[in-house]
Design a protein around this ligand. Structure first.
Ligand code: PLP
Length: 390
């Protein structure tokens, strides 16, 4: 069997650092206790490991207070808490067409129920949102700007710091969807002026599926209601939800195997240095772009500048539907990609790819090699050359 070439890291990263497998295995075999709910040795150790993951994430976000990092189950869960927990009837939200359905759908639901109004600002041909367009969409009832940090279709990195300034000038909450950036590029939430940062733990952070986080900036907890209530292992005498962080938002048992795996991943990422990992994946992306640009019949979407992108490249091969290309790459070359709209339907209208079945997406991670990229380029070249004429 041909070795698997995994270039679907924007969906979830694979493989994970070995330390992640070891941490999950150690938890499952040796510890197996809940976090924050027992006084025996293993439960105390699990509590320590969960606190250590929180501490690692807080350092990664620029050295914030650890209790401001809320564990969730994925990026979608974080975004739902941020959106449903903070918006109130009568609010207006400014967002963009670049967003993932995990932002678009909760907002659409609140809009359809008549609770809020939403403005969706356009992007340019490479998926970039102009902060001036966001500014023009602000009204007196605007409560929040919700923006993805990098498009999961084009990889385009948005000017988050400028948007943070804009939000501060107008006294708005700034929700940043960092699903495609946290772990891939350095993110300092205070420098960016972010109030709520949502991210999965299982993409560029390299943790297991079933992990995610929401960062809540100082003071914002007063405006953010929990969307779930229940046991926290603390203040058990009271039948109301604790107001202290992180318990206010963490009802029910944690996904401890995923959290301890995430802790091991982030520790390793910080040891290697996000900048070093970023430089490596950017080199691979540049190499991929150079190779693909030279192939007749291949159209590349997005900025085509690895410095301005997450490690994502969307493309079309003339004569084929993106699903057909994905299937040929998998069957003939064991290259694992993703085809379709990637849960971000609106951006495809701008790219002109909606009616073509979306795009083929290649998304890289630190475990990809230059040799694998060469195989991918060669394979796409062969697929493009085999396209039916006319
Ligand atoms: C930009 C963006 N936001 C949110 C999400 C949702 O993350 P999760 O799959 O962890 O729920 C994704 C996942 O693909 C994404 O790319």
């Amino acid at each position: 069997m041909t070795a698997r070439i995994y270039v679907d890291n924007a969906a979830t990263s694979w493989p994970k650092p070995l330390a992640v497998y070891d941490a999950v295995d150690h938890f499952q075999r040796e510890l197996g206790a809940p976090a924050g709910r027992g006084a025996y040795r293993e439960a105390i150790e699990v509590g320590r490991l969960v606190a250590e993951t929180r501490r690692q994430l807080a350092l990664l976000l620029g050295g914030v207070a650890a209790e401001r990092v809320i564990f969730t189950f994925n990026g979608t869960d974080s975004l739902n808490l941020a959106i449903h927990g903070s918006l109130r009837p009568g609010d207006h939200v400014v967002t963009s067409v670049v967003e993932h359905n995990s932002v678009l759908r909760p907002l659409r639901q609140l809009e359809q129920s008549g609770a809020i109004e939403v403005s969706r600002v356009a992007c340019d041909r490479v998926g970039l949102v102009d902060p001036d367009d966001l500014r023009r969409a602000i009204r007196s009832q605007t409560r929040m700007i919700a923006l993805t940090h990098a498009s999961n279709v084009t990889g385009t990195i948005q000017p988050a710091a400028a948007v943070g300034k804009l939000a501060a000038q107008h006294g708005l909450l700034f929700l940043l969807d960092a699903a495609q950036t946290l772990g891939h590029v350095p993110v300092d939430v205070e420098a960016l002026g972010v109030h709520l940062l949502a991210a999965p733990g299982h993409k560029a952070l390299m943790g297991p599926l079933g992990s995610g986080l929401l960062y809540v900036a100082p003071g914002v907890e007063g405006q953010l209601q929990p969307v779930r209530q229940g046991g926290t292992g603390t203040q058990s005498e009271s039948d109301t939800q604790p107001q202290s962080l992180p318990d206010k938002y963490e009802a029910g048992n944690h996904n401890v195997p995923a959290i301890v795996g995430l802790g091991a991943a982030v520790r390793e990422l910080r040891e290697l240095g996000v900048e070093a990992v970023e430089a490596q994946t950017r080199r691979l992306l540049s190499h991929l772009q150079d190779g693909l640009k030279a192939i007749p019949g291949v159209t590349l979407h997005g900025p085509l500048d690895a410095q301005r992108q997450a490690a994502i490249q969307s493309l079309a091969v003339s004569g084929y539907d993106p699903q057909e290309v994905a299937s040929m790459l998998d069957t003939a070359y064991s290259i694992q990609t993703r085809a379709g709209l990637h849960c971000a339907p609106l951006v495809h209208q701008t790219l002109g790819t909606h009616s073509q079945g979306g795009s083929l997406r290649l998304s890289l991670g630190p475990f990809n090699t230059a040799e694998q990229i060469n195989i991918v380029i060669r394979a796409i070249g062969e697929v493009a050359a085999s396209a039916p004429v006319g």
